[in-house]
Design a protein around this ligand. Sequence first.
Ligand code: 11C
Length: 345
Amino acid sequence: NGYHIAVVGATGAVGQQMLATLEKRTFPIASLKLLSSKRSAGKELSFKGTTYTVEEATPESFEGVQIALFSAGGSVSKALAPEAVKRGAVVIDNTSAFRMDTEVPLVVPEVNPKDLEWNKGIIANPNCSTIQMVAALEPIRQKVGLKKVVVSTYQAVSGAGLEAVDELKTQTADLLAGKEANPEILPVGGDKKHYQIAFNAIPQIDVFQENGYTFEEMKMINETKKIMNMAELEVAATCVRLPIETGHSESVYIETEQEGLSVADIKELLNAAPGVTLQDDTANQVYPMAAHAVGKDDVFVGRIRRDLDRANGYHFWVVSDNLLKGAALNSVQIAESLIQQDLLS
Ligand code: 11C
């Protein structure tokens, strides 16, 4: 009883959280294949008390698989997701490979679950920093519409993978011991220069585009418009990496279509929203923080204020575990939504 599942990239930061999430939510699994690149094949991972050997992902790996969760990098998804679909699987892809493809729905189940209806085999899971923001925006958009979003992010190193987490830890220890920092990965593994992340803030996540924005910033801009189905929404983003292991934080400014929503109204909307937890009691110093969001499923929102100059302007602070709602949990929720909507053949 259950589904034949494959996890591609099972040994990575997100892959491991995918397994933990499938286990925690008692997802109905008939069989499980753990797949990876050649480099990680042969490693052993435990799931529900059983040890699995990770196999190298090949086109044939997907024979008999119904749901394939991909998180092994864009090039692996580009090469193997179509092969999985050819063999009858639905692919839920956590990379940016297909997100802006007009044939591929980009889904946050609390926002646009109906977009799953028109999937042609591949469904894209959005970027972590986009997911937590749109989860907080949607209840407000539904009530009073949205015109503009300006976001600045404070992102954790686990978004850049386990090697970046190791770099932060080693560098912090080295600097505290009076040694040199020796940066080799961040801000971007493949870019020309690398900078110290320990005790620093780096205003570059992913590579720069011709328009002066980074790819991470353009993901937030383009993905938000696609998920919310609002090509006309004005969105601007500045993405910054901080020396935090896990948990992305965001300062968000919005302008709504209609004026007059009070802070109390917004609190009420967010309180009732699925997947969102309101943490807003400044009199008692209650607000969301990355360290408190680690390991939690929800998107936490607080510090809600009216803009002092614009009647339709509001500011707030959004925090979530980037590996859970930002990646693994949202992917598993997409699979659950496919089942609920009876969209799996
Ligand atoms: C980061 N947001 O924090 C990135 C990681 O497109 O799925 C997620 C990359 C992606 O570095």
